[in-house]
Design a protein around this ligand. Structure first.
Ligand code: ARG
Length: 476
């Protein structure tokens, strides 16, 4: 941030009553350390476009209710538009002593258009202004995040074409459990990210309520038209209670929470794929563009991006925690503590968006190591549960069937064989109903084919789901 001394001369020769907008009642200057301590412009300058949009809508509304004359509105709008362009071009000088983005822009307006600029803040406060700006920013961030989530979903669903028919071990407790289609895995993540999108969409409805016009905490005596401002800025409704509006940041916390779950889902994926890409697993080859090497061990191709995605989840969780603690016990209405909200939310949004962008590339670029997976697929008795269900289908109670198959697995383990490698006599000896038909469900391929339930890894079910997702994500 470029700073200027407090004695910065006003280029248009406008006389300031004083440097600070509030200094009427003050006899003493602000301690420079206080300015440094309390400023937020170093981070809330990010809200400049939202601040200008909110101010333009406010000025136009004041014109419509007769508080401002049409010519005054015109001057304010032109001035604000020019300031927005200057900021976008990087030529605007933000001043720390003007504290935040709101006062920096307002002061620049006054310097530019003179006394008319001093009318802009009529009927509003920085308390409703900052909440408006922040909601507008979060609304955009939600839409951007939603697009990135959809891209990750599409990367997964695209894999389904490539990985059709591939069977991988499914795990519980990180122990081999039952076979599943690789596509079933990909759709599992697609579902998780869909709920993240739904959470963001739901959060967006509460974010998208206009606080402007609730002023400092009690509203205003100035004739304003909040509905007009809401319509202009695309808000779905008005925050109904001015005290609530001034004191509230739950919209931001909800957003941070929704982002935290995205990060958690990405972290699960990262952890899984880090394991899957090890020599021990050899399930997956990660795209080298998303790996880095070692400065000492020449052979290393490390999954650093996935590790960082997993690691960055910590800061996203930390941000949520900080926000929750921030609002704990705050009395109504606005308190300056709330200024601490923005960096946490910005950081969570930046972090999760960066993770999503890279995740989409990794998901699209990784290759399943089909041979290595197939080589060891029959290890671990992934078909035991299917065999048990086969016995249940013959009328044996589940608990009994579980015991019988458990004993068969124990015996196969001792012999170093898979279930399919046991002779039929051994099955029949375990239970009379276990005849030649056992081989119809043994081996991962047959076990997979035996599944039927909705939501299961049954090939027909998974194919239905793939088709449904292709449709939902506009991939046909
Ligand atoms: N920079 C402040 C914030 O982010 C803006 C509102 C300040 N209001 C006040 N009365 N000091 O919360």
């Amino acid at each position: 941030m470029k700073g200027l001394p407090s004695s910065y001369p006003c280029p248009l020769g406008v006389k300031f009553v004083s440097q600070k907008p509030w200094s009427g009642v003050f006899d003493a200057q602000t301690d420079p350390r206080v300015e440094k301590f309390s400023e937020s412009v170093s981070f809330d300058a990010r809200l400049y476009a939202q601040d200008v949009a909110g101010s333009i809508a406010h000025a136009q509304m004041l014109g419509s209710t007769g508080v401002l004359e049409a010519a005054e509105v015109e001057q304010i709008v032109a001035g604000l538009t020019a300031i927005r362009e200057e900021i976008a071009a990087g030529t605007f000088v933000f001043r720390q002593e003007l504290e935040d983005v709101h006062m920096n822009i307002e002061r620049a307006l006054i310097e530019r258009i003179g006394d008319v600029g001093r009318k802009l803040h009529t009927g509003r406060s920085r308390n409703d202004q900052v909440s408006t700006d922040f909601r507008l920013w979060i609304r955009d961030a939600i839409d951007h995040t939603d697009g990135l989530l959809a891209a990750v979903q599409r990367a997964f669903v695209s894999r389904c074409g490539r990985d059709e028919g591939v069977i991988v071990p499914g795990y519980t407790h990180m122990q081999r459990a039952q076979p599943v289609l690789a596509n079933h895995y990909w759709l599992a993540y697609t579902e998780k990210f869909q709920r993240d999108r739904q959470r963001l969409a739901d959060c967006r409805r509460r974010v998208n309520q206009l606080p402007l016009g609730t002023a400092a905490l009690a509203g205003t005596t100035v004739p304003i038209d909040r509905h007009r401002v809401a319509a202009e800025l695309g808000f779905e409704g008005l925050v109904a209670n001015s005290l609530d509006s001034s004191s509230d940041r739950d919209f931001a916390i909800e957003f941070a929470f929704a982002l935290t779950l995205v990060a958690e889902h990405l972290s699960t994926l990262a952890e899984e794929w880090i394991l899957w890409s090890t020599v021990e697993f050899r399930f997956l080859r990660l795209p080298q563009a998303y790996c880095t090497g070692s400065s000492i061990m020449p052979q290393k191709i490390n999954p650093d991006v996935l590790e960082l995605i997993r690691g960055k989840t910590a800061r996203v969780v930390g941000n949520l925690q900080a926000l929750l603690v921030l609002v704990k016990g705050l009395p109504l209405a606005y308190n300056r503590d709330l200024q601490e909200d923005k960096e946490r939310v910005f950081d969570s949004a930046d972090t999760v968006q960066a993770c999503l962008e890279l995740a989409a590339g990794i998901v699209a670029g990784a290759e399943l190591n089909r041979e290595a997976i197939a080589e060891r697929l029959e290890a671990g008795y992934l078909d035991a549960t299917t065999l048990m269900e086969h016995l249940i289908a013959k009328g044996v109670p589940q608990r009994t069937a579980h015991e019988i198959i458990g004993k068969l697995v124990g015996s196969a383990m001792k012999q170093g064989k898979s279930l399919a490698e046991l002779p039929v006599a051994e099955f029949t000896a375990a239970h009379a109903a276990l005849d030649e038909s056992v081989y119809e469900v043994l081996g991962c391929e047959r076990a997979i084919a035996a599944f039927v339930s909705e939501g299961s890894t049954a090939p027909a079910r998974v194919a239905e789901q793939v088709a449904a997702w292709r449709g939902r994500l506009g991939m046909d």
